[in-house]
Design a protein around this ligand. Structure first.
Ligand code: NDP
Length: 251
């Protein structure tokens, strides 16, 4: 039986307080890692994940940190390193949507989504890399979306940010592969979280019709593959995009 053992590893998960990021944090902790969780507004949700991880006997840190603010990112990453003494894993998961057709999309809606989803991942990577390079080890997973590959109506800003993450990941893989730092993308399909709960029922039904596995994805479907990608089992995978969508993007 395959066993994912992350004992002794130190991880940062952005947006680790809710939805997919929450499950990634819990799964990494279940596999033995200590986890630092970054969130934007909802302290209560972050504290709930914190107690769940403490109950597992693992170390957990929570930080209110807007990933698009470079000073805050640098300060937070420095604090995490001071506490953990190393950073092995970075999961850039924080993401938002502000949907509109291009003709109605404001430049503010464009900027906010690009700043959180793409610039946030860049800033986190830049500041975490300083420490990963020192230790000559790093595993970075960027949470994109299948719409970054296929496009989507009403999501030009989101789609662009998610496609950008795929390019960013390949650049990291090429620049730092020689230092044992691997970077990969997970492109989820339709996953059951607060982000998708707000979609109208009719749109959800339309999506489900196109999913070959005929079910909505669970945060666990994403978290399990994240744990695999940061584990020794995946040490020869870098620059890859793993689609986890039950076949949604096939048809
Ligand atoms: P949720 O809306 O459930 O959670 C988003 C998380 O990101 C929260 O923890 C939130 O913190 C945090 N966050 C938002 N903005 C910032 C910021 N500026 N700085 C730091 N943290 C921030 O999202 P999901 O779990 O659904 O999505 C997680 C990722 O997966 C996103 O990148 C999303 O684009 C991607 N994805 C999701 C899919 C889905 O079907 N759900 C499909 C494809 C991709 P707070 O609560 O404090 O605001």
């Amino acid at each position: 039986m395959l066993n994912i053992d992350l004992t002794g590893m130190k991880a940062i998960v952005t947006g680790g307080s809710r939805g997919i990021g929450r499950q990634i944090s819990l799964t990494l902790a279940n596999c033995g890692a200590d986890v630092a969780i970054l969130y934007a507004f909802n302290a209560e949700a972050a504290r709930e994940v914190e107690s769940e991880i403490i109950n597992k006997g693992k170390k957990v840190l929570i930080f209110k940190c807007n990933v698009s603010d470079e000073d805050g990112v640098k300060r937070t990453v420095d604090e995490i390193y001071a506490e953990f003494k190393k950073i092995d894993i970075l999961v850039n998961n924080a993401g938002i949507t502000k949907d509109n057709l291009i003709l109605r999309l404001s430049s503010d809606e464009w900027d906010k989504v690009l700043e959180t989803n793409l610039k946030g991942a860049f800033l986190m990577t830049k500041h975490v890399l300083r420490y990963m390079l020192k230790d000559r080890f790093g595993r970075i997973v960027n949470i994109s979306s299948v719409v970054g590959l296929t496009g989507n109506i009403g999501q030009a800003n989101y789609v662009s940010s998610k496609a950008g993450l795929i390019g960013l990941t390949k650049a990291i893989a090429l620049e730092y592969g020689t230092r044992n730092i691997n970077a990969n993308v997970i492109a989820p399909g339709f996953i059951d979280t607060k982000m998708t709960k707000s979609l109208p029922e009719k749109i959800k039904e339309e999506f489900l019709k196109r999913v070959a596995n005929k079910r909505i994805g669970k945060p666990e479907d994403i978290a399990n593959v994240t744990a695999f990608l940061v584990s020794p089992l995946a040490s020869y995978i870098t620059g890859a995009t793993i689609i986890i969508d039950g076949g949604l993007s096939l048809g």
